[in-house]
Ligand binder design. Structure first.
Ligand code: GLN
Length: 468
């Protein structure tokens, strides 16, 4: 009997290596778990019942192109679309032998913080199915927590890996911009999008990162990693300098229970030998969100111009070419996507470009510089991943600004191109709280070291109470 709820990817690999299970048995165990639990949780948009690799299984967020396997980005406009090629990250998973379990639910074009913007209906949080799993990668995060995949890939533009991991009580890494190829990943905002792992443990996360990272000739924004990925082993944090940015720990809207859990985790880090000090990121909270909501929609409005009823997916009839395109986009895109296209088009239009997009780029530089300044004194920065625990389905659906605020604390480091790791650090109101650790560019190994030592010391049980 394979206990998919508890099995980590590393343990699954060990079972395979010792020939205690076969790849087909492993795949089958997850397919069974999906059949039992997914009707309630709706983590998957597509599942593959047959094993297709000789390694352990994996789930991929449905923005990652998979040859011959539906890839919808959570949008009706891509319904029925079958990619002709694999995204580089999907190909790297295949090369590593990983067996594709299926494609996970996402907010449409990864725009959202709850998966409620998926055209195919929301996913549910395994800790409490009446609550959201976060977003946009809620399907991947919920699948890992519910034992419907040993690990998964997500994509993160402003928080879509870190925030759902926090809300579902697992580990998520948004890697340094440029370390993971975006080739074949449905584009949202190209200067921000990064693919990264979602897993039960920091070591699993590091292992999956080592599979997908590294330069890709098909993505000119990628680089080779300056040092190989090291699987963390240490238990102490001797010599590690942890900065606690005041603004990101005291921002309005952070729930008291979230603050307490994060504060306790930072104290625990001190107990493990870390030097802890306060620091400042003066513009990150005040200007991060507005800056992101100019840059991301601007880039999205350009990236989404390709969905015209000709290149991909369904087409609505029209008398003229223009009418056909308009009708297709009107029927194919949901409200949030249309809102972003309008915002972005406006911000980029003649006469407004400098005032909005240009200005946002300057703010972006400021935010990047203040992070660099903080890293002169600290190796990692710590704060909550999400200001709140998982909220109720429907609670923020009618209020885009409240939904945008879910990423208040994840967005600054995304804008700065920096890596961030979210690990579960405790419970508030019986729901998981995420601790976000942010480091300088290419500091993933440091984040893994810190995250691993802390997760061991914290002893957080990633299995939701109601599923134990
Ligand atoms: N919630 C943010 C948004 O709606 C971030 C989404 C993401 O990272 N893809 O844009």
């Amino acid at each position: 009997m394979i206990d998919t709820l508890r099995l980590t990817a590393e343990e699954a690999i060990r079972l395979l290596e010792r020939r205690e299970v076969s790849a087909a048995e492993l795949h089958g165990a997850y397919v069974e778990a999906i059949a039992a639990r997914d009707p309630e949780l709706h983590c998957y948009l597509t599942t593959l019942d047959e094993p297709n690799g000789d390694g352990i299984p994996i789930a991929l967020k449905d923005v990652i192109s998979t040859k011959g396997v539906p890839t919808t980005a959570g949008s009706k406009i891509l319904e029925g679309y079958l990619p002709l090629y694999d995204a580089t990250v999907a190909e790297r998973c295949k090369t590593a032998g990983l067996s594709l379990l299926g494609k996970t639910n996402t907010d449409e074009f990864a725009m959202g913080s709850s998966t409620e913007n998926s055209a195919f209906g929301p996913s549910h949080n395994p800790w409490d199915p009446e609550r959201v799993p976060g977003g946009s990668g809620g399907g991947s995060a919920a699948a890992v927590t519910a034992g419907l995949a040993p690990w998964a890939l997500g994509s993160d533009t402003g928080g879509s890996i870190k925030q759902p991991s926090a809300l579902c009580g697992n580990v998520g890494l948004r890697p340094t911009y440029g370390t993971v190829p975006r080739y074949g990943v449905v584009a949202f905002a190209s200067s921000l999008d990064q693919v990264g792992p979602v897993a039960k443990t920091v070591r699993d996360c590091a292992l999956l990162y080592s599979i997908i990272a590294g330069r890709d000739p098909f993505d000119s924004t990628t680089v080779e990693l300056p040092e190989p990925v090291r699987l963390p082993v240490g238990e102490d944090l001797e010599g590690l300098r942890i900065g606690v940015p005041r603004e990101l720990n005291e921002a309005e809207g952070i729930e008291p229970g979230v603050k307490d859990a994060v504060r306790a985790a930072v104290e625990l880090a001190r107990g493990l030998g870390a030097e802890v000090g306060e620091c400042e990121l003066p513009h990150s909270v005040e200007y991060g969100l507005p800056c992101y909501y100019l840059i991301a929609p601007a880039e999205a409005s350009s990236n989404l111009a390709r969905y015209d009823g000709v290149r991909y997916g369904p087409r609505e009839p029209g008398e003229t070419f223009r009418e056909m395109v308009e009708a297709t986009r009107d029927a194919g895109f949901g409200d949030e996507v249309k809102r972003r296209i309008m915002l972005g088009t406006y911000a980029l239009s003649a006469g407004y470009y400098d005032a909005y997009y240009g200005q946002a780029q300057k703010v972006r530089t400021l935010i990047r510089r203040e992070h660099t300044a903080a890293f002169a004194s600290f190796d990692v920065l710590a704060c909550p991943t999400s200001p709140t625990v998982a909220f109720r389905i429907g609670e923020k659906a009618q209020d885009p600004l409240a939904m945008y605020a879910a990423d208040l604390l994840t967005i600054p480091s995304c804008i700065a191109g920096l890596p961030g790791l979210s690990i579960p650090c405790g419970l508030s109101e019986g729901l998981p709280v995420g601790l976000q650790l942010v480091g300088p560019q290419f500091s993933e190994n440091t984040l893994f070291r810190a995250g691993h030592a802390l997760e061991r010391a914290l002893g957080f049980d990633t299995v939701p109470e109601r599923l134990r």
